[in-house]
Design a protein around this ligand. Structure first.
Ligand code: NAG
Ligand code: NAG
Length: 149
């Protein structure tokens, strides 16, 4: 177990607060293994934003990593699974172990990639404040491991 320094904790706290206004992968998670060709529900959670928010859109895709790096969603997607409106809904029923966040599932077919791949999305919404609507954009990515069927 690594020692967590106080500055690292401060960073974690900051990351936590920015995460709170953004969306995140609920499934799969960083480091998960997926099987090529399989149909998978990618679940993107949207924690309740602090201000009234109008969702705009999301683009979800994947790219194979090279030995040096995993392409950022801000640069390119090798596979584009979805591009369109984002409409996360709160679950009507909660199964044990599930969270309460609003979410949207995107069914994808896992591409024939062998090894590490980056699964990522670009997301834009507008927060409503006293002075107007304020755009919020983020790029979120995780690395998954893809194996042959
Ligand atoms: C959404 O996807 C998650 C993760 O694959 C799955 O556990 C859940 O059953 C799905 N929910 C719906 C409503 O499709
Ligand atoms: C895949 O990613 C894992 C975790 O980041 C790393 O340990 C591993 O070396 C990577 N594999 C390849 C083939 O790059």
């Amino acid at each position: 177990m690594k020692t967590i320094t106080s500055s690292a904790l401060a960073l974690l706290a900051l990351a936590g607060s920015s995460l709170a206004q953004g969306a995140s992968f609920a499934y799969p998670l960083e480091g998960d293994t997926l099987v090529a060709g399989q149909s998978v529900d990618v679940r993107i959670d949207r924690a309740t934003p602090s201000d009234p928010t109008t969702e705009a859109g999301i683009g979800l895709g994947m790219s194979a990593c090279t030995s040096e790096s995993c392409p950022s969603p801000e640069t390119s997607f090798e596979y584009l699974f979805f591009a369109g409106g984002f409409n996360p809904q709160r679950p009507t029923t909660i199964s044990p172990g599930e969270d309460f966040n609003a979410f949207q599932n995107f069914t994808i077919t896992v591409p024939s990639i062998n090894g590490n791949a980056t699964l990522g999305f670009l997301h834009t919404s507008f927060g409503e404040g006293a002075a107007g609507f304020f755009p919020f954009s983020e790029s979120v990515a995780i690395t998954v491991n893809i194996v042959a069927a």
